[in-house]
Ligand binder design. Structure first.
Ligand code: 13P
Length: 246
């Protein structure tokens, strides 16, 4: 069974105080959320401890945004899987395009991080997706198939989430057409050994387009950046409803 997973990716936003303020406005809306939806907040390292304490006993799962492949060592600026699991972290975003673009993340390091995350009980959310230029030159499919091939070597597909995040749709308000996102996510699924991997769409998901996105047959969830920072917007997103669509 493919699980619906709606995850907020807070990126480098929110101090501890701001994270607590968010929870005050957000938690009340959870009563309306169907039980079969997994709700995740992927927060900066500095807020994970506070979130963990304040979300104990709620259904919200906590995610990090990166993890190193060693359990400890001389790796200045990095954080290991045991450091995250100790804080109650369950998920971790790996291979986000911002890490690939600005911090030298490669498919080889993505692969190492995925395996280490799983080894220590974290569920990775692997991000793949093409640039505008790659889309315009017809390379989207080959790029994504190539990323999956390299990133997933020896990765357990029983404990994995994938997010299709077209880079041109991230933070731009330029959402990928829902049917096109569905097509690419179908392509991703066709490359996997396990048909039950949950595959999210990410890139300018908002309260106004989430219903249509989640109505697509191949799309199992959303990875939400900007709109996950505002309690009311993220609440509307997790409480999406496909029943009103014509
Ligand atoms: P936006 O929702 O702000 O476009 O960000 C998407 C994203 O990068 C989630 O990981």
């Amino acid at each position: 069974m493919r699980k619906v997973i709606i995850a907020g990716n807070w990126k480098m936003y929110k101090t501890q105080a701001e994270a607590l303020e968010f929870l005050q406005g957000f938690l009340d809306h959870l009563g309306e959320t169907p039980n079969d939806r997994e709700i995740v907040i992927c927060a900066p390292f500095t807020t994970l401890g506070t979130l963990s304490k304040n979300l104990h006993g709620t259904r919200i799962r906590i995610g990090a945004q990166n993890v190193h492949w060693e359990i400890a060592g001389a790796y200045t600026g990095e954080v290991s899987a045991p450091m995250l699991t100790e804080l109650g972290v369950r998920y971790v975003v790996i291979g986000h395009s911002e890490r690939r673009q600005y911090f030298g993340e490669t498919d080889a390091t993505v692969n190492l991080r995925l395996k280490a995350a799983q080894k220590h009980g974290l569920i990775p959310i692997l991000c793949v997706g093409e640039t505008k230029q790659q889309r315009d030159t017809g390379e989207t499919e080959a790029l994504i198939v190539g990323q999956l091939e390299k990133d997933l070597i020896d990765v357990d597909q029983g404990r994995l989430v994938i997010a299709y995040e077209p880079i041109w749709a991230i933070g731009t308000g330029d959402t990928c057409d829902a049917t096109e996102a569905n097509r690419i996510i179908g392509l991703i699924r066709s490359q996997l050994d396990n048909p039950n991997v949950s595959i999210q769409y990410g890139g300018s998901v908002k309260p106004g387009n989430v219903d249509e996105i989640m109505a697509q047959s191949e799309i199992d969830g959303a990875l939400v950046g900007g709109a996950s920072l505002a309690p009311n917007d993220f609440a509307r997103i997790i409480n999406y409803s496909c029943s009103q669509l014509g």
